[in-house]
Design a protein. Structure first.
Length: 625
């Protein structure tokens, strides 16, 4: 391969992004998950008796298309045996939609799988259980672990709401209302799966131990369930107001479809009619999350527009597109409009908070995060450095990122110091993962990379050194790092290595050397890198049999950053990327992480985006072969 061919390939990728840019300067690629939101939309529309048959049929079509030949639904392609929660959700939604007969061979296979797995008593996901309970096909527990009176507890209580992560809070509050009301909305045409709940749930030893510890810790709150009726009503009103205060301009709760479904049912349980403006706006917000995919329609859990736009603009500039190019200027204008300027929940644990972060989606005005903020700052940093408004926006963004550093030295995603040690013991499925927002290797590494690449590391030496020490403490014995928001060890290792090198750590330093050896060791025979979503569940690296473009680009980029000359591993990785350039938009393996075993993300922008970055970095560092 020569320089001309490399330039041509890079230009082809750049042109793809130029062609796909929207008129407002953004890139609106898909944020695709499994069938959860599609199924929940059908359940919501049918429960509220909203007859939008065209939409329901589109969603049912996508759900049917995702069924495996075995009759199951998976949350990632190589999931073994199928996913019980996803299969129950898909089956229930298809039955509720009414366009597939119960005698359909695919639904018969699904029923057989559900019975073989033990029925609804073996469900794992809280969201699945709650949505089915709202539709009358799952029994509400006698008492939910968090009574709604938690809303009235003072700061410092073991179960205080502010100790939970932001994304946990906006889901738990409507669930507390629904559990308190034991809400269900059933019609004559609602499927009834309650007969499938006869098999009791078998909790793991960890879950049983956690539940016992949590119940002992909360024993002093038992009287909450017997508080006088006026206080109970006050708690419900406070929970209701909590949701109302966090509705985004598009009508969604905190910009999440999942939280919005729960809010709609919670408000219904409080007496809101389906025609109430708040519920109608919420439904319209969910409608706006539709995304066309493979001839059908998918409901995204949120948009990823800010994230896509920031990353693409930055990588295009790194690849040679000047900051004066109209596409970069338009993207910068879009991003500057999306900077958040008001204090919100994130400010509670920040001393002297100053707004200035960016959120993940274009509908997000309340919930900025560290990753999107550093990505947006990179994208705007080279735009008119003499422009006072851009300089001010940049300075406020940097200040916001620094203010979010945790006391342990690492960076979280959304809120600082939200890592209460008791919350993972909450006997609710997924709480050990979703209840907190701790420092992670990917966020910490990417923040260090931003500070180093932008020339800010020396200016903020103290914060950088704390983060470096945290990253080294967090390294796995094999030499890799676990990434919370991507799959999984390849992602975390790429982020950590890039961050450490960007702030001046030497590639020859033993911990970094071990991480590079690990990356080279796990290269697949086809020359690329590929990691299964099972890594996320098993908390150890699990390879794929075939590489992905995205993970190959991540691994290559880490090695390029560390190696003065192209190694054989880098060359093989490059050949893999070049060989599969025509397949970029056909790559469907999810490489984004949401909740282990439940929620994985296929970012449609990722294969071309990270391939462009890796090839550009290769060319910039090594030139021609």
């Amino acid at each position: 391969m020569n320089t001309d061919h490399d330039v041509q390939r890079i230009q082809q990728l750049i042109q793809t992004f130029l062609d796909d840019q929207e008129t407002d300067g953004s890139w609106r690629y898909g944020f695709e998950i499994g069938v959860h939101a599609d199924a929940y939309t059908i359940m919501m529309l049918r429960s509220l008796q909203i007859r939008d048959e065209a939409w329901i049929q589109e969603l049912a079509q996508r759900i049917r298309a995702k069924q495996t030949p075995h009759g199951t639904w998976n949350v990632y392609p190589d999931e073994q045996e199928g996913n019980l929660d996803a299969t129950v959700e898909a089956y229930f939604a298809l039955r509720y939609a009414g366009y597939v007969s119960a005698d359909d061979s695919g639904l018969k296979k699904a029923r057989a799988f559900i019975h073989e797995q033990g029925g609804l008593g073996r469900l794992n996901s809280l969201m699945t259980k709650v949505m089915l309970a709202c539709c009358g096909s799952y029994h509400w527990p006698t008492s939910f672990p968090l009574p709604v009176e938690v809303m009235l507890l003072p700061p410092g209580s073991p179960a205080h709401l502010d100790d939970f992560s932001g994304y946990a809070r906006v889901h738990l509050v409507p669930v507390m209302i629904l559990a308190d009301k034991r809400f269900k909305l059933v019609h004559s045409h609602t499927p009834d799966l309650t007969e499938w709940t006869r098999t009791p749930s078998v909790d793991s030893q960890r879950e049983r131990s956690a539940s016992a510890i949590w119940q002992a810790l909360l024993s002093y709150t038992t009287p909450l369930r017997h508080w006088p009726k006026p206080l109970h009503q006050r708690a419900l009103q406070k929970a209701e107001q909590y949701m109302l205060d966090r509705i985004e301009p598009d009508g969604t709760l905190y910009s999440y479809a999942s939280a919005t479904f729960l809010m709609i049912f919670a408000l219904t349980s409080l007496g809101y009619p389906s025609r109430h403006p708040v519920i109608q706006r919420a439904i319209q917000g969910i409608r706006s999350l539709r995304y066309p995919t493979n001839g059908s329609v998918h409901v995204q859990n949120s948009t990823s527009t800010v994230w896509n736009t920031a990353l693409i603009s930055d990588v295009m500039q790194k690849s040679g597109v000047p900051s004066s190019h109209p596409a970069i200027r338009q993207a910068g204008h879009y991003l500057l409009q999306r900077q958040q300027t008001k204090l919100a929940d994130w400010s509670a644990k920040v001393e002297h908070p100053v707004a200035g972060g960016w959120g993940f989606s274009d509908i997000n005005t309340l919930n900025p995060d560290v990753d999107d903020t550093t990505a947006a700052l990179r994208a705007i940093s080279r735009l008119r450095p003499d422009n006072p408004s851009i300089r001010t926006a940049y300075a406020r963004g940097v200040q916001w990122v620094l203010s979010m550093q945790n006391s342990d030295g690492g960076w979280p995603a959304f809120e600082r110091n939200t890592n209460h040690p008791l919350l993972p013991l909450l006997p609710i499925p997924g709480s050990h993962y979703a209840a907190t927002d701790p420092s992670t290797a990917d966020l910490t590494g990417r923040t260090l990379a931003f500070l180093g690449d932008e020339g800010l590391a020396k200016l903020h030496r103290h914060e950088v050194q704390k983060a470096v020490r945290w990253l080294y403490r967090d390294q796995e014995k094999e030499g890799c790092w676990f990434g919370r928001w991507g799959i999984s060890y390849i992602y975390g290792t790429w982020c950590a290595v890039r961050g450490l090198l960007a702030v001046g750590e030497a590639a020859s330093h033993e911990p970094i050397r071990r991480s590079l050896d690990w990356l080279m060791h796990i290269q697949l025979p086809d020359g690329g890198w590929g990691e299964s979503c099972r890594s996320d569940l098993q908390q150890q690296y699990v390879p794929l049999t075939k590489a992905t473009m995205t993970q190959t680009a991540w691994a290559m980029d880490a090695l390029i950053a560390a190696c003065d000359k192209p190694t054989e591993e880098i060359e093989r990785g490059k050949r893999y990327l070049v060989r599969h350039l025509d397949e970029l938009h056909r790559e469907t393996y999810p490489t984004g992480a949401g909740l282990p075993g439940t929620f994985y993300i296929r970012y449609h922008a990722y294969p071309p985006l990270w391939t462009l970055q890796a090839l550009s970095h290769y060319k910039q560092k090594y030139g021609s072969d």
